[in-house]
Design a protein around this ligand. Structure first.
Ligand code: THG
Length: 285
């Protein structure tokens, strides 16, 4: 099953046999005071710089999240989408919990890339979210990330996360959204709080792949929250989740691209190691 994303200029295909697609996470004010302050002031210069830097670092798609205290998302999210689309040519992933901001951002996307196809981040199994977001996915011909959580929170077992994923896929299909346009996120929780957290996520990913066959994302860096040497944990975990079925993780490309290229090489998704070797040479020139 393949998920196709498109900007005005570029098509990115996510699929089980394809090289892992990197969704760049850095346009997000979480933990970034300078970006949060700039967004609150309506200044998008950091957004433009982060967009260019992430594509330079090998991001294939850019997540755009402007949610922070003092930021009017309905005003700023569409401006951020425009700013990103003006400086880079990769497809975008529109990351918001605000449905009005989402609609405004989708309008800008349609204006700048009438033939494009963005990724919407996200819907989940909550009735209200399904009813608010899936019609927009259908109306704008987008793809959508489905988080495996619902009104009761994040299920503690892989079976129940699979059940939420199945519900999201079925509700999408009922609106004419093909299963290929639903990308599931089994949710990474920190192993700092629960030493079984990563195992549960890994098992959910395998089950979603084997039972539903859909493509999968993950905000992988959450796994290491509160622990020392987070980068080490994140990189090892990325290899594991890619083996289990994640094929478009949300990551800091500059930090983890070599590890992801190594995982693709080891899984036979990089003929002759060409991508791995080319990236190595570029880093060391
Ligand atoms: N799933 C989906 N979408 C998501 C997430 C997910 N979107 C948001 C988030 N989780 C993924 N994006 C980020 C963005 C930033 C950080 C982590 C995940 C982050 N920021 C540093 C911090 O907080 O310490 C900022 C420091 C810096 O690098 O400058 O870690 O799970 N579908």
């Amino acid at each position: 099953m393949e998920t196709v994303l498109k900007s005005a200029q570029k098509t990115v295909v996510i699929g089980p046999e394809k090289p892992t697609v990197l969704i760049g996470e850095r346009i997000n004010p979480t933990g970034k005071k300078r970006l949060a302050a700039a967004l609150a002031a309506g200044d998008l210069e950091i957004v433009r710089k982060e967009a260019v830097a992430q594509v330079e670092a090998g991001a294939d798609v850019l997540d755009i999240n402007v949610g922070a205290a003092g930021v009017d998302e309905v005003e700023i999210l569409p401006r951020a989408v425009r700013a990103v689309m003006e400086v880079v040519d990769v497809p975008v992933c529109i990351d918001t919990a605000n449905v009005d901001a989402l609609r405004a951002a989708l309008e800008v996307h349609r204006e700048l890339a009438p033939e494009g196809k963005p990724l919407i981040n996200s819907v989940n199994g909550e009735e209200a979210r399904l009813e608010a977001v899936l019609p927009l996915v259908a109306e704008y011909g987008a793809a959508v990330i489905g988080l495996t959580m619902d009104d009761e929170g994040i299920p503690s077992t892989p079976e129940r996360r699979l059940a939420v994923a199945r519900k999201i896929v079925e509700r999408a299909e009922a609106l004419g959204i093909p299963r290929a346009d639903v990308v599931i996120d089994c949710l990474a929780m920190t192993v700092g709080a629960d030493s079984n957290a990563a195992r549960i996520t890994l098992e959910a990913i395998r089950m979603v792949r084997d039972e539903l066959g859909v493509n999968q994302t993950l905000g992988a860096s959450n796994v290491s929250f509160g622990l020392p040497d987070r980068e080490m944990i994140n990189q090892v975990f990325l290899g594991m989740v890619i083996l289990a079925g994640v094929n478009c993780p949300i990551v800091d490309a500059a930090k983890v691209r070599p590890a992801i290229l190594a995982a693709d090489l080891l899984l036979g998704r990089d003929a002759y190691g060409m991508r791995y070797i080319r990236a190595y040479r570029q880093r060391h020139r």
